[in-house]
Every structure is written in structure tokens, then in C-alpha cells.
Design a protein around this ligand. Structure first.
Ligand code: GLN
Length: 537
């Protein structure tokens, strides 16, 4: 870790309304700078009081993105990794909960030496330290920080105050503020409206922050007069008004922002030389995305299907695999509870080229998932089971092939006579919160397996987030059957991959390969799953 900080800082705030795509914008900025040879790191501040989103309902918060070092983080960190291909870490997602936890711990340990502990300076200092630590730990040229929420929210005030102060810590030329807001379009008068943005910038000014760049999300291109008006009322030059039009694909956003001159503007404001970015690889990926040769339909059988964000990285990994094969992957979102028997499975899954059962917790919908795995196994339809989806494949096989009719996971039925998925002896009796296997773990891959064909490696690492495991007491029965135990964690001798020997492509993995997929570098298992599905239909 370096002591002297040489990094520059970009802070991105949001205004007018939420859900404007600040995460995509921050990720795009990372890509534009990285493609100019700069070392970047993206991070996010979330003003809520949970320590992390690990305990939140996916219906409220979308997926929990798992970092290599086992952090349970906001889904925007997934965008950062996919766009920049720079691994983020636990400490790149700071919540108000984490900030207060650190402060209260210190207070209990006498760390404040009798002083009154206050929002200013203690909370703001803790936030500032996290900004500076990100710079020290990563030695990045540019630290890009997205501040969650909308300017003016009560809970985000300490974060706004901390980023205001940081400018004075690191010096003027080393820190810039980008404010992203909405310009609503009024059909009646055929005009984009700037007033809400002006008010939002005023609010930011009220907190002592003058944005250096105003980024406008809008449905229509910005006219000259709109730019002039915004420049005049928000104290920025014309070149610092950046149009951020609604895009057909999130992958287009960095290319559109580059066209608007954002990359070089950032270099200029931060004192870096302006240069041509190398976006050739990214552009050709976007080209292929927009020009598929055909569509392919994949059934995703899950529990949170009404909120697609709950499966964001799985969706992105399927899309990336489609781009590789020059096809558009159309996801058929299937609520697992709709699959009540084999006739329903046939009717609902009959037209799918492949079936994917992603991760999940709790028993709702799991019988429908088990029927889906049975359908895939019996009909020879490619099946990809991720985490819970792997456990489901094991339960189905144990019930219908090995003849253990009541086989189950003890998470889903603690009283089962055949707990083929269970807590391992070293986890029994440990507090629930301490038993999740999180972050990267090693996996040795068996010769002659589908996984070997995909990875072309025998020793890999993948990210985990689960509590239950394949029960090693059943290993012999499975090893003597047509289900191959194709991957093993060497440290704890845990089964990580299962496959069907007599099936075109049926793979279940205890880990989450979706987090390692990149739009221009699909994960090998997703790539081969789509490849096998294309051969089916
Ligand atoms: N609920 C299962 C477990 O805890 C699977 C978790 C997951 O799919 N992420 O083991």
C-alpha cells in the first residue's frame, strides 16, 4: 500500500429521479479511461443502513453481486467489472451501515478518547478515509465513485459532504464532480425541459458542490439552445454538457459517451493527455450484438422471475454467450411454481432450446425446478444448473434414477430420509450468518468431462455464495451411476460440478460462473451451454 496518494478522483451523483443508469454511466467512464491506458477502479457508496445487500430480498434489491474476495455487493459492481474487466473488491462497496459499524466499534473500544462522536467530522472522515484507502490499496490513476441515491435524500447527506471535503484534501485539479440528471420530454410542446435539472444542480450547489460536468439523460438529442441554457444556469461550459441518450443496449452507452467527447473532456479536466481510446474490441462486440444471425430461446426457471434484475449477471452471461455465437438469446422467464407436473413441464418448456435453473434460497418453486431438471434429463435438452440449480439436479437424479424417492436438501426439507444436499460436518451448529461459502474457491476438473472441454483447464477458481453442499456420504452411489462428479474442491473435498454422462449437455455447478463472464469474453460454460442449445434447435 502506498502512502502518498497520486490518484485522481471522479464522483458521480444523480438528480431529478432515480434509476437513470448511474451505474452504467460510471462503468462506461471506467471503460473510456481504461481504453486510454489509465488504471481505473470503480466503487459505489450506498446510503442505506444494511451492512451489505447480502440479507436483502432480491425482489427489492436485485441480485447480490459476489466479488472474488467474497464481498456481497450491489449489482452495479457487476456492471463495473463487466465494462472495465477490473476486479472489484469488498471494500469497493461502502454502505452507510459499514461506515456506522466501524465508527460504533471504535467508539466502544475507546477510540475517540472521550470525545463526542458526530456525523461531522467522524462519519464524514470515515467516508473520506474509504475514498483515500481505495486509492492507496489499488494505486489506480483514477478512482471513480458512484454515490447511490438522489441528491437531496436525507440519508445521502454525509456522503455528499464527504465528497465535497475530499476536493480540498486532494486538490482542485485532482477531483471532478459529474451530475447525472433527467431532462424530461414534454410531448405537448415537443420540448426537453431543463428546469428540474437546474433545481437539482442548485440543490447540489447548496451543499457546496459545483458539478464540473452535467450529464443529461434524455429521450431526444440536446439542441444548441438547451445546451446554452443549461450552461448558463448551471455554471458549466458547453463542452461539459454531455448528452446521455436512452440507448438500445447498455453496451452502446460508452461508445455514445465517447462520441460526445466525454473521454477527452475527463482527461483534460484531470490533467491527463488527451488521446484516442482503443475501443475496437468493445465496438466489434456491440456490432455483433446488434446483428445476430438468429434468435434462440432459453427457459430460465426461477423464483424471482418478475424482477429480471434478480438474475442480472446470469442474463448478461447468456447475452455474452449469444454474442459469441452470433445469436440473440431470448430468455423465457418461467415462474417455477407454474411447473406442477410433467405435462406442465412439457407444455411450458417444450419449445426451449435450453433450460437454466439459477441460484436461489428457500423452498418456494423448488418442486417445479426439480421437474424442469427431470424434463431436461429425459428429453436430452441442454441443462445448466447454477448453485441451487446444481443442487436441484442432484436431488432429481437421486429421486428418479437412484431411487431415493424422498431425496432432498436439508435446507428445503430438514426431515428428509436422504439428505443428498446438506450442511457439511464442519458447518453444523455454526450460526447461520457464518456458514455461507463466499468468494473464489479452487476446483479440480475431471478428465473427459464437459467442464474440461469448456475450460480446457484442470485447476480453476470460481466464486461461491451458498450454504449447502453435495453430501459426500452419497458419493459412492453417484460415482457408480450415470451422473459424473466432474469437479472437486481440493481443500475441503467438496463436489463442485455434476454432469450427466449420457446427455448432450447437462451440467450443474455449485459456484456462480455468471460473475466471471464479460460481454466480450463469455464464460466457457455459458458459451458451451448456448453452443449445445444451438445444436438442439
Ligand atoms: N440455497 C442454496 C444454498 O444455500 C443455494 C444458494 C444459491 O443458489 N446461491 O446452498
Amino acid at each position: 500500500m502506498k502512502n502518498k496518494i497520486t490518484s485522481k478522483f471522479i464522483f458521480i451523483t444523480g438528480g431529478v429521479v432515480s434509476s437513470l443508469g448511474k451505474g452504467i454511466t460510471a462503468a462506461s467512464i471506467g471503460l473510456l479511461l481504461k481504453s486510454r491506458g489509465l488504471k481505473v477502479i470503480n466503487q459505489k457508496f450506498d446510503p442505506y443502513l444494511n451492512i451489505d445487500p447480502g440479507t436483502m430480498n432480491p425482489f427489492q434489491h436485485g441480485e447480490v453481486y459476489v466479488t472474488e474476495d467474497g464481498g456481497e455487493t450491489d449489482l452495479d459492481l457487476g456492471h463495473y467489472e463487466r465494462f472495465t474487466d477490473v476486479p472489484v473488491r469488498k471494500f469497493n462497496n461502502t454502505t452507510a451501515g459499514k461506515v456506522y459499524l466501524a465508527i460504533l466499534d471504535r467508539e466502544r473500544n475507546g477510540g475517540y478518547q472521550g470525545n463526542t462522536v458526530q456525523v461531522i467530522p467522524h462519519v464524514t472522515d470515515e467516508i473520506k478515509n474509504r475514498i483515500l484507502d481505495a486509492a492507496r490499496e489499488t494505486e489506480a490513476d483514477v478512482v471513480i465513485t458512484e454515490v447511490g441515491g438522489t441528491v437531496g435524500d436525507i440519508e445521502s447527506l454525509p456522503f455528499i459532504e464527504a465528497i465535497r471535503q475530499i476536493k480540498y484534501t486532494v486538490g482542485h485539479g485532482n477531483c471532478i464532480f459529474i451530475h447525472l440528471g433527467l431532462l424530461p420530454y414534454l410531448k405537448e410542446c415537443g420540448e426537453l425541459k431543463t428546469k428540474p435539472m437546474q433545481h437539482s444542480v442548485k440543490e447540489l450547489l447548496g451543499f457546496g458542490i459545483q458539478p464540473d460536468i452535467i450529464m443529461c439523460r434524455s429521450e431526444k438529442p440536446l439542441t444548441r439552445s438547451i445546451r446554452q441554457k443549461l450552461g448558463l444556469f448551471c455554471n458549466v461550459t458547453q463542452e461539459a454538457i454531455i448528452e446521455n441518450l436512452s440507448a438500445k443496449s447498455i453496451y452502446e452507452v460508452p461508445l455514445k459517451l465517447e462520441k460526445e467527447g466525454l473521454g477527452n473532456l475527463l482527461c483534460k479536466l484531470l490533467g491527463y493527455e488527451q488521446s484516442e481510446p482503443d475501443l475496437a474490441d468493445w465496438s466489434s462486440m456491440v456490432q455483433r450484438f446488434f446483428n445476430p444471425e438468429r434468435d434462440i430461446s432459453i427457459a430460465l426457471v426461477g423464483k424471482y422471475v418478475e424482477l429480471h434484475d434478480a438474475y442480472l449477471s446470469v442474463m448478461e452471461a447468456l447475452t455474452a454467450a449469444g454474442i459469441y455465437h452470433n445469436v440473440r438469446v431470448k430468455i423465457d422467464w418461467i415462474d417455477a411454481e407454474r411447473i406442477t407436473d410433467m405435462a406442465a413441464a412439457e407444455e411450458i418448456l417444450g419449445s426451449a432450446a435450453g433450460i437454466i435453473v439459477p441460484g436461489g434460497f428457500g423452498d418456494r418453486g423448488t418442486e417445479g425446478m426439480i421437474l424442469s431438471a427431470k424434463f431436461a434429463r429425459e428429453k436430452g435438452v441442454p441443462y445448466f444448473g447454477i448453485c441451487l440449480g446444481m443442487q436441484i439436479a442432484v436431488i432429481e437424479f437421486a429421486r428418479n434414477v437412484l431411487g431415493f424417492a424422498d431425496a432432498h436438501s436439508t435446507e428445503l426439507n430438514p426431515a428428509t430420509g436422504h439428505p443428498v444436499i446438506d450442511l457439511m460436518p464442519d458447518q453444523q451448529g455454526v450460526q447461520l450468518g457464518g456458514t455461507l461459502r463466499l468468494g473464489v474457491c479452487r476446483c479440480l476438473i475431471a478428465e473427459g468431462s464437459l467442464a474440461e472441454k469448456a475450460y480446457k483447464l484442470h485447476d480453476i477458481q470460481e466464486r461461491h455464495r451458498h450454504r449447502y453442499e453435495f453430501n459426500n456420504l452419497y458419493r459412492d452411489q453417484f460415482e457408480a451411476s450415470s451422473m459424473r462428479l466432474a469437479g472437486r474442491n481440493p481443500e475441503r473435498n467438496l463436489v463442485e460440478i455434476v454432469e450427466l454422462k449420457e446427455h448432450r449437455w447437462f451440467v450443474g455447478v455449485q459456484f456462480h460462473p455468471e460473475f466471471a463472464s464479460r460481454p466480450n469474453r463469455p464464460h466457457p460454460l455459458f458459451r458451451d451451454f448456448i453452443g449445445a442449445s444451438l445444436e438442439t434447435r
